[in-house]
Design a binder for this molecule. Structure first.
Ligand code: ADP
Ligand code: ADP
Length: 232
């Protein structure tokens, strides 16, 4: 469903060019949980940003469900991202002035979903992620782990088929990290959501079905967890 084909990304101009991605290709099946690893500066975030259309590729193509995403017109990009993609960042990216419930609901609200449907959907994902008891709180009133579970809820509430997570456990302690990774695994198994997660730690990566290693902007290795069934 996701096809990354020979993508290249250059930053800078003539005299000072950085090649951040160099002919990177791989396919991701629906329902796969993939970790992207590599040293700092190896191109992990650039790869995620090129897939999410936050950044444009210099060469090559990214296809999502056979649609070439670099050909989506600018005015349709925001809607494409909201409907198809869920984003989870290291620093949560929640809106401080909104409650947890409103943060989760934001994509539905922007898309003018009927309020009663929004409430129902938000409650159902919040229940799945174990944060249904904090919906009326504000982000500053809850723990890091709870904030990140809220970000995950927001990333899936619209029925997005692909979650892009950039160091989702980077700001969490080990207990909250484990809890979050288990929940991401559950979302992946129960909802069939495809997950692409950038991480530099092997513990996080061990939750994925496949680990893609980047080095100097190139895909230099892939590792499969043969003993880990995709669905339980
Ligand atoms: P990683 O996420 O693996 O740490 P990045 O994707 O952030 O790596 O960066 C890959 C390379 O591209 C690095 O050499 C980085 O300095 C460079 N780079 C990333 N973003 C920019 C940018 N906006 N402008 C210039 N160079 C950039
Ligand atoms: P999690 O595993 O979700 O991160 P913690 O074990 O860190 O949860 O937190 C347990 C409880 O402590 C939470 O229910 C939360 O209400 C409270 N808590 C933790 N950190 C904070 C914080 N920074 N501000 C307010 N409450 C917090």
């Amino acid at each position: 469903m996701l096809r990354v084909s020979q993508i290249e990304k250059y930053y800078g101009s003539k005299n000072n060019v950085t090649k951040a991605l160099d002919r990177v290709s791989f396919d991701v099946e629906n329902g796969e949980f993939i970790a992207i690893m590599g040293a700092s500066g190896s191109g992990k975030t650039t790869l995620l940003n090129c897939i999410s259309t936050i950044d444009s590729v210099s060469a090559g193509n990214v296809y999502l469900d056979s649609e070439n995403i670099s050909e989506i017109p600018e005015e349709k990009l925001a809607r494409f991202r909201r409907e198809k993609l869920g984003f989870v960042f290291q620093d949560f990216n929640l809106l401080d002035t909104l409650t947890i419930e409103e943060n989760i609901a934001i994509t539905l609200t922007i898309n003018e979903y009927p309020p009663e449907q929004v409430k129902e959907k938000v409650r159902s994902v919040a229940r799945q992620l174990g944060i249904d008891d904090i919906l009326s709180k504000f982000p500053y009133q809850v723990s890091g782990g709870q904030k990140q579970r809220c970000a995950c809820a927001r990333a899936m509430v619209f029925g997005q088929s692909l979650i892009l997570a950039d160091e989702p456990t980077g700001a969490l302690d080990s207990k909250s990290s484990k809890n979050l990774l288990e929940l991401m695994g559950k979302i992946n198994r129960e909802n069939g959501t495809t997950i692409l997660m950038v991480t530099h730690d092997a513990f996080s990566a061990s939750y994925a079905h496949r680990i893609i290693f980047l080095k100097d902007g190139r895909l230099f290795n892939e590792l499969y967890h043969g003993d880990k069934p995709r669905r339980e």
